[in-house]
Every structure is written in structure tokens, then in C-alpha cells.
Design a protein around this ligand. Structure first.
Ligand code: DHB
Ligand code: MG
Length: 221
């Protein structure tokens, strides 16, 4: 139960507590270590999810028996690895990455983890990819983690292409603390939140930068 301080945004987590709880609930393994360390090894930005966020994605996908998932923003494949682990045989993750170097590193990471058969890395801009991906849907979940100023557009695509009961998830939903600013990207992120709230049963989980999670309501209900 939250008290006044934690409701106000104060955190009790320390690096040591985060380390203990991660080791206890979801100890890392070789593939996850390789994936988590890939951005640093390859001189890429170290902006991958934290381990607990990755695990949460895995659990959310398992809860809805997800079989077809789309990710926008692969980076080095750490989140893709977590999500691919949630999929049953025959399930598939399409993950979109516009930076060819990042996509190459992700392909290596996913291949090393033995998950190449259930992950397709698409090296292109999501704006070009999404219209073509519709034919592979409807999808069980869409995870947004790139182009923060286009979450509204990507969210609308998800709303059109998710099955009822499917999940729309957005990382960095606090926009690095700029969610309430006047800039265009902040306005787009607020539209994403507001449109999600209208078509989903949703929450913004207070992870370090906010993780918006919504269950697609049945448009026919
Ligand atoms: C950045 C992007 C992310 O997706 C993230 O989780 C953290 C930082 C960035 O572009 O700086
Ligand atoms: Mg992110």
C-alpha cells in the first residue's frame, strides 16, 4: 500500500534493492546478459529497458497467450529477447529498427539466443513498414519504444491492428519528464495517452520513465 510519500512520487528503491529483487525473481542468464550488454559492446546508446521491465513484458504477453507481436524500436534486441521468450512455438515477433547497425547487432543477439525462427527484424522506418505489416495481423500486442514524437500515430495503427483483448504498451510514456511540456513531441505523447484511455482499459505504470499499458476494448461490445 502506498503511503503519502510514495504516492507523491518518492521512491524506496535503491540500486541494491533493485539488484536483489531482480536476482531473486528473474535471475539473468547468458543470452540476456549478452543482449543487455550489446549496446555498450557496440558503442550504441545504452537506452535498453531495465531487466524488471523486460520481465514485465514477458509476463504480460504470457498472460494474454500472445502469439503475434509487433515492436517498434529494436535497438540491440534486449526487449525482443524477453518478448520472444513469451511466445509459444509458431508464435512470432516482428521488430522494426531503422538504424542498420542496431538491426545488425540485434540479429546477432537474437541468433545467438536461438530465437531467430520466431523473430523477424525489419530494417526500415516504421512509417514505411506498418502499412505492409497489416496483412500479418491482427496482432496480440504492440510495443512502442522508438520515435517518441510519433507514439500517437503508432498508437492509432495499433488500435486498428490489435485483436480485442490485445495489448498496447509504450515505454518512455513520461517522455523523459517532458510529458507536460509545450513541444510537439509532448503533445503527441499526450494524444497517445488520451487516445489509449479512450479505446483501452489502461494504466501508466510508474517505471522510471513510465510504461503505458492498455488492453484493447472490443470495438463491437
Ligand atoms: C531514450 C530512448 C528510450 O527508448 C529510452 O528508454 C531511454 C532513452 C533516448 O532516446 O534517449
Ligand atoms: Mg525506451
Amino acid at each position: 500500500m502506498a503511503d503519502q510519500a510514495s504516492r507523491g512520487g518518492e521512491r524506496y528503491a535503491t540500486p541494491q534493492i533493485l539488484d536483489y529483487t531482480a536476482r531473486t525473481h528473474h535471475p539473468s542468464d547468458h543470452s540476456l546478459e549478452r543482449a543487455f550488454g550489446a549496446p555498450a559492446r557496440h558503442g550504441m546508446p545504452e537506452i535498453q529497458l531495465g531487466p524488471a521491465e523486460g520481465r514485465l513484458l514477458e509476463l504480460l504477453l504470457r498472460l494474454i497467450n500472445a502469439t503475434k507481436v509487433v515492436e517498434i524500436g529494436t535497438l540491440a534486441g534486449y526487449s525482443a529477447l524477453w518478448m520472444a521468450r513469451a511466445l509459444p512455438p509458431g508464435g512470432h515477433l516482428w521488430t522494426i529498427e531503422s538504424d542498420p547497425k542496431h538491426a545488425g547487432v540485434a540479429a546477432e543477439v537474437v541468433g545467438e539466443a536461438g530465437l531467430g525462427d520466431r523473430v523477424t527484424i525489419i530494417r526500415d522506418d516504421a512509417r514505411a513498414v506498418l502499412p505492409k505489416l497489416c496483412d500479418s495481423g491482427p496482432f496480440c500486442a504492440v510495443f512502442l519504444d522508438a520515435d517518441k514524437g510519433r507514439y500517437d500515430v503508432y498508437g492509432r495503427w495499433a488500435t486498428e491492428n490489435l485483436r480485442a483483448g490485445g495489448l498496447l504498451i509504450g515505454d518512455n510514456a513520461y517522455l523523459f519528464g517532458r510529458l507536460l511540456d509545450d513541444g510537439e513531441d509532448a503533445k503527441a505523447m499526450r494524444r497517445f495517452h488520451e487516445e489509449m484511455a479512450a479505446s483501452y482499459r489502461s494504466v501508466c505504470v510508474p517505471t522510471p520513465d513510465g510504461l503505458a499499458v492498455g488492453v484493447r476494448l472490443d470495438p463491437k461490445a
